[in-house]
Structure formats: structure tokens, C-alpha cells
Design a protein around this ligand. Structure first.
Ligand code: HEM
Length: 143
């Protein structure tokens, strides 16, 4: 039946559940809202254990994982380490500054950089033009 699905759904974790599993003896990574226990994979990971530990400590390894451009065989290997998924997962693309469970900042509290709009380009020119126009005498009745 849907045993595969049930197996891959596994446990539901909250963002804070995954905090504190970033050591050589206990290393979880969160990728696309799924939680992987890669402790046993650390030594075998072709990219090295340090990147996994670092990605684990960052709270959400999705971007780091995607940046590497893992092969399809790497992606299919991931199932071996799947232990569950994150409840109410907020993808990192929704906020670059937020890390899941990184520091107890709620996902909807984001410090987005305030983008300043460009200054109005012709304000000064408008001003000059106004001065010029009001300084010019109107040539009325000069015929
Ligand atoms: C369960 C999770 C992961 C699995 C199963 C996995 C598996 C693999 C595999 C099989 C490779 C060899 C190249 C390939 O086939 O694509 C690889 C390379 C690599 N992985 Fe991972 N990986 C995982 C997570 C991560 C994470 C979270 C990072 C974080 C940055 C990472 C960084 C790298 C790097 C830097 C390489 C080396 C790429 C290269 O030398 O070209 N991996 N990984």
C-alpha cells in the first residue's frame, strides 16, 4: 500500500527539534524540508564531512546542497538517511536571512534589506527650469 510514503514521511520535527544535531556523533541536515541523519554518511560523503557539519549547523542545508548541484544518484542516496520532515517548513528562498531553527527567530520575522528607491532624477532640473521661467520677463505687447 502506501508504505513507501509512510516510510518517507517518517517523523514530523519542529524547527527547534533539529537544532543541536550538528556534531560528528550526531549530524542531521535539513534539505527541502526533509530531515536526514547523515551521521553514518559523514566519512563517506564525497564532499567531505566538514561541509555536512557546516550545513547541519547552518540550520537549513537546502541552498548549500543545491549550490553543489548534486547528481541524481546523490539525490537517490538521500533516502537512505531520511528520518522525517519539518513541520510547517519555510523554504530558504522565501528569506535569505532566516535559518530554520538557527536562532529562534520565527519564520515570518524577516529583516529584509530596505531597498531605497532611486532619487527622483529631475527634481533639481525641474527646480532650475522653474527659476528660469519665473526670471524671464514675459514678452507681452512687444510687437
Ligand atoms: C543526505 C545528503 C547528501 C548526500 C546523500 C550527498 C551525496 C553526495 C554525493 C554522492 C556526492 C558526489 C557527487 C555527486 O554525485 O553529486 C557529493 C558531493 C558533494 N557534496 Fe554532498 N551529499 C549530501 C549533502 C550535502 C550537503 C548538505 C552539502 C553542503 C554543502 C554537500 C556538499 C557536497 C560537496 C561540496 C560535494 C563535492 C562536489 C564536487 O567535488 O564536485 N552535500 N555529495
Amino acid at each position: 500500500m502506501a508504505e513507501d510514503e509512510a516510510a518517507s514521511a517518517k517523523k514530523l520535527f519542529s524547527a527547534s527539534d533539529v537544532v543541536g544535531h550538528a556534531s560528528r556523533k550526531d549530524c542531521w541536515v535539513v534539505i527541502h524540508g526533509k530531515v536526514y541523519d547523515v551521521t553514518k554518511f559523514l566519512e563517506d560523503h564525497p564532499g567531505g564531512e566538514d561541509v555536512l557539519l557546516h550545513a547541519s549547523a547552518s540550520g537549513d542545508a537546502t541552498e548549500a546542497f543545491e549550490d553543489v548541484g548534486h547528481s541524481t544518484s546523490a539525490i537517490s542516496m538521500m533516502n537512505n538517511y531520511l528520518i522525517g520532515s519539518i513541520k510547517d517548513y519555510v523554504p530558504p528562498s522565501a528569506s535569505e536571512a532566516t535559518t530554520i531553527g538557527g536562532n529562534d527567530v520565527p519564520p515570518n520575522f524577516r529583516r529584509m534589506p530596505q531597498k531605497k528607491g532611486p532619487p527622483a532624477p529631475n527634481t533639481f532640473l525641474d527646480f532650475l527650469l522653474l527659476c528660469l521661467c519665473s526670471a524671464l520677463p514675459l514678452p507681452l505687447g512687444t510687437t
